[in-house]
Design a protein around this ligand. Structure first.
Ligand code: C2O
Ligand code: CU
Length: 494
């Protein structure tokens, strides 16, 4: 059966009609956030707290992706934007200088942040208008690998993203060097902007390929049969001309130079808007040490999946030679991949299409990692339980949560101090990376995540301790799904 009709039928069968999801006739949920907000004062540093101050200039620019030159919007003149690095406990005062021709904000993805600096327009702040500034002020309480991006429209699918690394002053280390690896799917400035892509998806009912083909898996997705070899069903809607690793196409890869025998920590961030990747380092096993910033029981793998918004830290002991770091898009008919190189000697580099054997072996599903003892929530029964269903269809292109698109659905509520259990049910034939702002939830195994990839029809109970008051977002990190309504509020009530 054709994958689009499969989804449509599924929705019908579950009694979620397109009309129920559609709410209004306008295409997208404007601004990726819509309600008015009350004034909540920004945080200020405590006496003696170390303060880091930086300004990010969001502006139109032209970037060289290693061959293709594209007009886009970026933080400065690079993609990814400048790395921000601080130590757990620091206070950050980060100003966005909006030189874009559109409103923007910055969301600090994964940070257990003070609510007024969360960057959601219409919820935690007014949008930052063209020509104006906004200063985010917050403590970074937890170490880990994070990133930041706008929370307006589909701006994430431009070059507006950059890594945010929070160091742990108590961490033993156990590695010699580090490489931050940011993955992306790229369309902006290749004849279409991400706004054009969204318009195509909404207007044409799900096809955002320039030739009118399908971006998904065709008939191959299914429900994750084949021994889990194809677990994500229809993984993406958009056909991308390029996939980038640290802002470069495979023809001109970013290179890490190191010495044989060195232990390298890779901090891998999926900043893509519509692409799940399979990641491998040719000729090497990786030891996964952290997921979304939190320590896991170290696990040796040849390859792993990474959904949009997820981060994994791995340690690799380097051999002698030149090795590809490959991120292969899952379920994209267009082909292509993202590539970087690790060079420890003067060998010949593999070509842009290199396909390491590790990609064909077992691939770790990150949500099956086990938490390190230090990452577990204290044992406790939930005080309250709520349901969260993920729904949608490609034709028409409508996505929602709990029966309606964002703005029409009812926010989840929690009382401060409660442990909330959220029973999540993915009622679609696509995988969705579910992201929660301001908190890191626990899977039934105890694994801590702020973004978890749900397989088609997967059910998952996630527990969250309500220890960070405010109005928060829970949404799919496929930015086209989120902007089309696959988002819901999480509100603290008294
Ligand atoms: Cu990285 Cu609300 O998103
Ligand atoms: Cu989604």
């Amino acid at each position: 059966m054709h994958h689009l009709s499969r989804r449509a039928i599924l929705m019908g069968g579950l009694g979620v009609s397109a009309a129920a999801l559609s709410g209004c006739s306008s295409t997208a949920v404007s601004g990726f956030g819509s309600k008015a907000h009350g004034p909540v004062p920004l945080a200020t540093p405590s006496p003696g707290q170390r303060v880091m101050v930086k300004t990010l200039v969001a502006k139109p620019t032209t970037l060289d992706l290693g061959g293709p030159t594209v007009a886009t919007w970026a933080y400065g003149d690079t993609v990814p934007g400048p790395l921000i690095r601080a130590t757990a406990g620091d206070f950050l005062r980060l100003t966005v200088d909006n030189q874009l021709p559109a409103d923007t904000t910055i969301h600090w993805h994964g940070i257990r942040i003070h609510n007024p600096s969360d960057g959601v327009p219409g919820v935690t702040q007014d949008p930052v208008a063209p020509g104006s500034l906004f200063t985010y002020q917050f403590t970074v309480p937890d170490p880990g690998t994070y990133f930041f991006h706008p929370h307006v429209g589909v701006q994430l699918d431009r070059a507006l993203y950059a890594p945010l690394v929070i160091d742990d002053p108590r961490e033993p280390g156990g590695y010699d060097a580090e490489w931050v690896v940011v993955l992306d799917d790229w369309v902006d400035g290749t004849g279409r902007t991400p706004d054009d892509v969204l318009k195509q998806l909404v207007g044409m009912g799900g096809s955002a390929s320039p030739k009118g083909g399908m971006g998904g898996m065709g008939g191959m997705g299914g429900m994750g049969g084949m021994g889990g070899a194809q677990p994500w069903g229809d993984a993406g809607d958009v056909t991308y001309p390029y996939f980038l690793l640290n802002g470069k196409v495979p023809a001109a890869p970013d290179v890490l130079t190191a010495k044989p025998g060195q232990r390298i920590r890779l901090r891998i961030i999926n900043a893509a808007s519509d692409t799940v990747f399979t990641v491998a380092v040719g000729g090497h096993q990786m030891t996964v040490t952290h997921s979304d910033g939190y320590a896991v029981v170290p696990q040796e793998v040849g390859a792993f999946y990474i959904g949009m918004g997820e981060r994994y830290d791995v340690v690799v002991t380097l051999k002698d030679g030149v090795f590809p770091v490959v991120a292969k898009p899952f379920g994209k008919s267009s082909g292509g991949q993202a590539l970087g190189l690790i060079r420890t000697s003067s060998g010949t580099a593999p070509g842009p299409d290199v396909s390491p054997a590790e990609l064909a072996g077992p691939v770790l599903i990150g949500s099956r990692l086990q938490p390190a003892a230090s990452s577990r929530l204290p044992a406790r029964a939930p005080d309250a339980t709520v349901q969260l269903t993920l729904e949608g269809s490609m034709q028409p292109y409508l996505w929602g949560m709990n029966g309606a698109p964002f703005g029409k659905n009812t926010p989840l509520t929690v009382k401060a101090g409660q442990r909330l259990r959220i029973n999540v049910m993915n009622m679609t034939m696509m995988a969705h990376p579910l992201h929660m702002h301001g908190h890191t939830f626990a899977l039934p195994s105890g694994l801590r995540k702020d973004t978890v990839l749900l397989a088609p029809m997967e059910q998952l109970a996630i527990d969250v301790d309500a220890d960070n008051a405010g109005d928060w977002m829970i949404h799919c990190h496929n930015i086209y799904h989120a902007e089309s309504g696959m988002m819901i509020g999480l509100h603290y009530v008294s």
